[in-house]
Design a protein. Sequence first.
Lengths: 149, 346, 70
Amino acid sequence: MTPSLRRRHRLIWVVSAFLLPILFIAALWVIPEPAIDGDFNPPTARPYSEPIGQASTEAFSGVLRRDGNLPGWQLEVQLKEHLAAASIQLYLAENGQRRRLLGHLQAPGSYFFHFFPEAAPSTDVLELQLYDGIKRQALKELRLPIQGD
Amino acid sequence: MSTQYTAVIWNREKKRYDRYLAGLIGLFLLAFCGLTLALQPEITAETLIIRATGTTALLLLHLTLMIGPLCRIDPAFLPLLYNRRHLGVTTFFFGLIHGVFNLIQFHSLGNVNPLVSLFTANVHYGSLSNFPFQVLGFGALVILFLMAATSHDFWLKNLGPKAWKTLHMFVYLAYGLLVMHVLLGVAQAEHSPVAIGFLGMGVVTVISLHLAAAFFGQRGQFTAAAGEDFVEVCGLADIEDKRAKVCLIGKENIAIFKYDGKLAAVSNICKHQHGPLGEGKIVDGCITCPWHGYQYLPENGCSPPPFTEKVSTYELKLVGDRIFVNPRPHPEGTRVEPVEIPRKHE
Amino acid sequence: MESIIQSFVTFLGVYAAAGIVFALPFSFWGAPRIDPAAKGSPLGFRLLLLPAATALWPLLLIKWIKALQT
């Protein structure tokens, strides 16, 4: 390497050493949206024993369950049709606004998600939204009334 | 070296290099797909291919970028550098598969041209949190394509080493784009701490290695004052047999070789890709560049026939056991009689 | 925004199409013109030139014309 080339490399990496970590941290800072359980939901989960709410549309249905011996709630979502979207994210929503990311759906089928009641924006109704993470638009919505005790 | 071009030069070392590379990639793909399928059995084949190829490309780019500074810090890594271009081209191909599958899966469902869809599916260009990360990946892939496409020696020679090197230094931009592409893509979708953690470790490793090489990797080099006819550089004992001492005097980057009881000085910069000749060895009587094996005769800086590369040569003198060099270069390929080392010093 | 991107992608398409048309004759006749070492080189090498010739065709066209004039 020639000395001038070496200087150029040094300059590039000194600048990168500042810029990349700043962008890295800034990006994590402004995307405060951790998925609840996210992709790590055990797919073979068995349904909890006690249904406390369910609703259905043509596109997808949801059953909310709990189990006296286990903490939290379990949501089973059944995707019934193939949606023409590549990245389907399932959100807990409030008046059409996405609040918490529950996880991802792919091909039609059954998916289980576990979360704590505190994560739900409302105690009367669970508002679910399927969202296209690539095109950034809502795909389908479902309102699931929760039966109180 | 340039007599006539062939498509790909494969010798025994390069074949071995490529076998190791293929083995490494195979093992990584097996581990990645196995782990993904165990954690997410419901994943579709397309998504698995997209994730596996993207991750492989990212891993290979990290390796490619780590080789340069590692070699500067410790020459023991030089064998990795020898065939780095195959590593780079492989990186591009994995990136290409990733990109094409993404275009098919994410952007070809509508009636819009997939490329237009890539740029318009998400137009939050002013926002960091919602930034269309796909566009960053596209930019990086274009750079990797240009580098892979021009990686043959034909392009090095005909675009000129300066333009070629400048083009290939865009890999650093591609790296920055890719890091943000992956970070935004992963963070916007799932915030996976494992993926973000690995990416962060990769970024820290690459940056630290490059900084370490830039500031501490100057082994065997020093600067002497300019303006004199002959400049004292080092003692005879400072140079190992068949090796060189590199010195930077003014703008002259000089390699002084000791071999067969003689001393000779040539430019430290190889004609091929500006590799550091002074970090190479004398093999079969020829200075051999550690990067790609280009060879030069020490006494005249010419590649042995039929090759035609030439580098500058310099005058040396020996006073006692101290070596002096005249930093004014002779025209490339000028014969300079090597300095004989008196027997008592050998 | 959409129309800018649409025209950019169209431009990219036209540029690439022109590059493809240029690349074949370049790799067989242009390359040996600008670099004598490429004369009589094997088919594999010539095919390997195609991607970069497609991407950099305006630059190479200038080089080829200059080589023809000398």
